[in-house]
Design a protein around this ligand. Structure first.
Ligand code: G6P
Length: 604
């Protein structure tokens, strides 16, 4: 989603820092970009539709700039265009903005009456005019920002410049992430830590309602009540290599290949091998039911979690798409544990769902990848997925790490289980978990097999995924991965439901990926696979070593090595991720930055 980078410094590196920072944020997804920088003590603005790269051609690099703000825009109010892209300038004020000013229509009318005119369709230009108006009345940016916070409703992370003092940069935050980076004789603002990691690893997180006045040497932060406050300085723990491709063609491929390493890291962090327990788990025994809230792939991980927790932990689990949860009648109370799953920890709908659950008196547990993110701070307890920075828009390693934690929760809940069938899996869980990274690597080593499948199916119009129970949850993620990066229409269907309509879409050669990893229903799914095969489908049969069947009901077969039931999804997803990757590659798609998509969706 939109990205913000700002610079103020005696080293006068504004343009270079901002452009580099914007490139670092490209992974978040955007459709236009812009920069405002000081030139001969005036603000100069450059905006372009499309990539950050396009901006560089028209920027004056021969002179230095001590201050600037830059932005990558993912259109919400107004189509992607040069006029609608940021920064916006209104008289003396220039701003970049992430989020949505919800009352911008009323504000626009008021400002029009005061003589303001507008060039774009955006809520941001209205915010800019409002700040300009308040500054014109107060002649003091700090007072103007205080008044702005009272008037503007909605979500905003704003970087602002004022023509009267081009030695000060302002940052304002409410319901949209914003950090301040701390350098030597220079400081930065950014919507996300990777934007500043080339320059510093020290930063401050602004909280909702806070704002800051920043110059080359000083950062003054004001709290919700507009009083000066001291902030904790954080240090980024990873390294810059985490946000480079390290020789891979795409971040997505690199991140798929990082899955064994992430699993090892999670084992090291969470498993007490001597005592056969998962560390850091909340007391799960006190809850009567669990509700999982999440969006996109995180919601698909939630569905895997539901299957494992219900099957092994024996507790009912409800999975809710966070944007739906926010507006429906809820049946949750103190007996409910609400688990919020989010890679970024900033997804607006998931964050709001957590706030609602907190208000209802539920305990909330975050399964989050980004340390210190909003969801991590808002939940009563957080378990980190330790996947490291994930740059490709389409999530892979973070999704797997979410599944790993959900299997830990299911395992912890199931430890008192008396069910003999389940005990066999529980007794071998840790042994199987320790072997998992090696099995993941084995699957990755078979990449040519998946590349060949991709070469066969990449030019088809429709691709179906079918499976039952946990396999259906995997189908949903496999199908999403494929369609989001290759733009090929794809649907995931519960295998038994296909004949109630969708089977009419199966034609000669239509690719159908049939997943069969659950022995209880294997025969049933295979019958459904036969139904599509007999209607001409090109079937790719994905099954486990144990369930492997021969026959004329498939065209290609992918075998998943034997592992523990609680861990199987972590292996089965890898061929699906790689098939999607290679299909998108055959179609020459922009794999890491699929069109219209954003990595972190900070608007409703
Ligand atoms: C966006 C991304 C998806 C992601 C979803 C939830 O839509 O494109 O890949 O699954 O947001 O993101 P989160 O950061 O909350 O996991």
């Amino acid at each position: 989603m939109c990205g913000i980078v700002g610079y103020i410094g005696k080293n006068e590196k504004a343009k270079d820092v901002i452009l580099k920072g914007l490139e670092r944020l490209e992974y978040r997804g955007y459709d236009s970009a812009g920069i405002a920088y000081s030139l001969d003590n005036k603000v100069n603005i450059q905006k372009e539709n499309g990539r950050v790269e396009n901006l560089k051609d028209n920027i004056c690099f021969s002179k230095k700039s001590n201050i600037g703000i830059g932005h990558t825009r993912w259109a919400t109010h107004g189509r992607p265009s040069k006029e609608n892209s940021h920064p916006h300038k209104c008289n003396k004020i220039t701003i970049v903005h992430n989020g949505i000013i919800e009352n911008y229509i009323e504000l626009k009318e008021e400002l029009k009456k005061l003589g303001y005119t507008f060039l774009s369709e955006t809520d941001t230009e209205v915010a800019c005019a409002l700040l300009d108006y308040l500054y014109s009345k107060t002649n003091d940016m700090v007072k103007a920002i205080e008044l702005f916070k009272d008037k503007a409703k909605g979500s905003y992370a704003i970087g602002a410049l004022c023509d009267d003092d081009l030695n000060t940069l302002y940052a304002i935050k409410n319901n949209s992430p914003l950090i301040i980076g701390i350098g030597d004789n220079e400081n930065y603002i950014a919507s996300d830590v990777p934007a500043i990691l080339d320059f510093t690893n020290k930063y401050i997180i602004l909280e909702d309602g806070e704002f800051a006045k920043i110059d080359s040497d000083n950062i003054v932060v004001y709290d919700k009540e507009n009083n000066i406050t001291n902030k904790e300085i954080k240090e980024f723990e990873g390294n810059l290599g985490d946000i480079d491709k390290n020789g891979y063609d795409h971040f997505m491929l690199k991140e798929i290949y990082e899955q064994p390493e992430v699993t090892k890291r999670m084992i090291e962090s969470y498993v007490d091998q001597n005592n056969d327990i998962i560390k850091d788990m909340p007391d799960l025994s006190k809850y009567k039911n669990i509700t999982i809230v999440a969006c996109g792939s995180a919601m698909h991980a939630g569905l895997i979690g539901k299957s494992l927790i219900e099957e092994f932990g024996n507790i009912p689990v409800n999975v809710e798409i966070a944007s739906e949860f926010r507006y429906k009648k809820l049946f949750i109370d103190e007996d409910t544990l609400v688990i919020a799953i989010s890679q970024s920890g900033e997804t607006a709908d998931t964050l709001e769902a957590v706030k609602i659950a907190n208000k209802k008196g539920c305990d909330t547990l975050g399964i989050v990848n980004v340390n210190g993110s909003s969801i991590a701070r808002e939940t009563s307890k957080v378990l980190y997925t330790k996947a490291g920075p994930e740059i490709a828009v389409a999530t892979t390693k973070a999704y797997s790490a979410q599944n790993t934690l959900l299997s830990f929760i299911a395992y912890s809940l199931a430890k008192n289980c008396k069910d003999k069938d389940k005990l066999a899996y529980l007794n071998t869980f840790l042994k199987d978990l320790n072997k998992l990274p090696v099995l993941m690597q084995e699957i990755l080593n078979n990449h040519e097999e998946y590349e060949n499948i991709a070469k066969e199916i990449y030019d088809k119009n429709d691709i179906f995924f079918i499976g039952r129970a946990i396999d259906y949850a995997l189908c949903m993620e496999g199908s999403l991965k494929l369609k989001e990066i290759s733009y090929i229409h794809s649907e995931a269907y519960p295998a038994g439901e296909l004949k109630h309509g969708t089977i009419s879409l199966i034609d000669e050669g239509t690719p159908v990926i049939g997943i069969v990893t659950d022995e209880k229903i294997a025969d049933k799914t295979i019958s459904n696979i036969k139904e599509v095969k007999s209607r001409g489908a090109n079937v790719i049969y994905v099954t486990t070593d144990e369930l492997n069947k021969n026959g004329d009901f498939y065209d290609k077969k992918i075998i998943i090595p034997k592992t523990n039931k609680l861990l199987e999804p972590l292996l089965t997803i890898i061929p699906l991720q790689l098939i999607s990757y290679y299909v998108a590659k055959c179609n020459k798609c922009d794999i890491d930055k699929p069109k219209n998509l954003a990595k972190s969706v900070t608007v409703e």
